[in-house]
Design a protein around this ligand. Structure first.
Ligand SMILES: NC(=O)c1ccc[n+]([C@@H]2O[C@H](COP(=O)([O-])OP(=O)(O)OC[C@H]3O[C@@H](n4cnc5c(N)ncnc54)[C@H](OP(=O)(O)O)[C@@H]3O)[C@@H](O)[C@H]2O)c1
Length: 380
């Protein structure tokens, strides 16, 4: 297992981190099970196998698996496993309304995890709204206090918004680490490669989430992309991981693994994925894959969010992202499912009143009104 130094801190961690958001589940859970739908026997075997084979970074959150992922880890890391890993979990920012909430959630998490401290504590999913909450509820003071009294060792945040906000947040506090979405299709999305390098230069360890774009870069790929990796000794997942690991600024790559085979394969991949180890020829293959996917992109929206807030509440970048993903990865049902969620929240394209405010500020000069109509027709 490759190991990388944790930013400015004086220890290293395994390159592969175990993400506990997609553990194996059972169809009909025992109503008395403390871990809900998680398939305890399979999942505990996978986590312990990973630790026994060099993985020592484990990531979970208050909300994963209907709030059972932390409970699962509290049990799975018994028998000495807790002491062998750095355990990361996250403050559910969408539930925080005051400073006291932070203490309350952390106390609950320590109980669930059956531990007296969390090694890596993150503010979950920062974007503009939750960053406001951080300031209004003095959450940074809470982090200082929790570090000082030993409830948490290191403080970080996970991020889903644009690059300028990412830089603002990086600069606003003495963070130990951050967690960003990064894969060969998201090189310039959200924090992207510029954010990765910005954070690393400031001494933050950078933990990667969604390295396979939630699995879309691993399974069910169009033949034109799948064929790029054939004959090269490794699956599409292997090569997608290798792209991420090639960046020396990347510290940990989280993988949400659902089977033991995936655990074994990803351990093998991360054992050889040294920084800057891809050849020019291999890097060119990723450019081909990117070009193929980009050609299928319906809307060249960069998610800069200048179009927001929409007076009618239309979640414009989300509508376009759902449409793009449905077409690029050929997953129409998944697209319709996500779009139904927006419809239920009155944030879908059917709310558009064609006022044109968004079009007047879109730096890409997109014909947003017309594109929203097309997206709606394709997704309902
Ligand atoms: N803080 C945040 O806002 C946030 C957001 C997202 C994720 N995360 C964290 O980051 C972790 C990683 O993100 P992610 O789970 O989205 O990662 P990902 O690696 O992009 O996607 C995980 C999916 O990839 C598939 N997979 C994994 N290894 C594979 C292999 N060797 N071959 C084929 N398919 C493979 C699995 O699909 P199957 O399930 O079909 O087997 C799995 O569900 C999460 O588990 C979570 O801990 C945090």
């Amino acid at each position: 297992m490759q190991r990388r130094k944790f930013g400015k801190l004086d220890f290293d961690v395994s390159l592969l981190g175990f993400g506990c958001m997609r553990l194996p589940t059972v169809a009909e859970p025992d109503p008395d099970s403390p871990v809900g739908k998680i398939d305890y026997a399979k999942a505990v075997e996978m986590v312990r196998y990973a630790v026994d084979h060099g993985v020592d970074y484990i990531d979970t959150a208050y909300s994963y698996h209907d709030e059972k992922s932390e409970v699962f880890l509290g049990l799975a890391l018994q028998d000495g496993y807790r002491e062998r890993v750095k355990l990361a979990t996250k403050l559910p920012m969408w539930k925080v309304t005051c400073r006291e909430d932070c203490d309350r959630f952390l106390a609950e998490q320590l109980t669930r995890l059956q531990t007296d401290h969390v090694d890596m504590y993150l503010l979950h999913s920062l974007g503009k709204d939750f960053w406001r909450t951080v300031k209004e509820c003095n959450v940074l003071e809470f982090l200082d206090q929790a570090k000082a009294d030993g409830r948490i060792k290191y403080a970080g945040f996970s991020f889903h918004d644009d690059l300028s906000l990412f830089k603002e947040i990086v600069d606003a506090y003495d963070w130990d680490f951050c967690q960003i979405q990064f894969n060969y299709m998201d090189e310039h999305y959200q924090a992207g490669v510029e954010g990765l390098r910005y954070a690393a230069e400031k001494g933050l360890a950078v933990v990667i989430m969604e390295p396979l774009r939630g699995g879309k870069l691993a399974k069910g790929l169009p033949a034109q992309v799948q064929s790029l990796w054939e004959g090269r000794g490794g699956s599409a997942a292997h090569w997608a991981f290798r792209w991420v690991c090639n960046f020396p600024e990347v510290t940990v790559v989280l993988s949400g693994m659902g089977t033991m085979d995936e655990v074994k394969e990803n351990i093998a991949t991360m054992s050889e994925a040294a920084p800057n180890s891809l050849t020019e020829e291999e890097l060119a293959l990723f450019k081909q894959a990117q070009a193929f996917f980009l050609e299928r992109t319906k809307v060249k929206c960069t998610d800069c969010r200048y179009c927001l807030p929409c007076p009618q509440g239309v979640a414009i970048p989300e509508v376009f992202a759902i449409w793009n993903n449905a077409v690029i990865y050929d997953r129409p049902d998944e697209g319709r499912w996500h779009y139904r969620n927006l419809l239920e929240k009155n944030k879908a394209a059917d709310q558009c009143a064609a006022c044109g405010q968004c079009e007047s500020v879109c730096p890409q000069n997109l014909a947003i009104i017309e594109l929203l109509q097309e997206a709606h027709a394709a997704l309902v």
